[in-house]
Write a protein that binds this ligand. Structure first.
Ligand code: SF4
Length: 65
């Protein structure tokens, strides 16, 4: 699983870091998400999928499932 954030689409809502704080952080000066773990372990799948679902800008996608 590889996490990709479309920074053009990201609006800095920070829902992703609330759902998966080990995987996402917010760059407050840029107002954009940053990915802390580009290839998170399987045990974080549920959190990461929740972040994908809850991103209001639909800016997060997963590669390789
Ligand atoms: S939830 Fe979506 S729009 Fe908000 S910071 Fe995360 S990636 Fe960006």
């Amino acid at each position: 699983m590889k996490v990709i954030v479309d920074l053009e689409a990201c609006q800095g809502y920070a829902c992703c870091m609330i759902e998966a704080p080990e995987v996402f952080d917010l760059d407050e000066s840029a107002g954009k998400a940053t990915v802390l773990e580009e290839a998170p372990p399987e045990e974080r799948r549920e959190q990461v999928e929740a972040a994908v679902r809850n991103c209001p800008a639909r800016a997060i996608s997963l590669e390789n499932g």
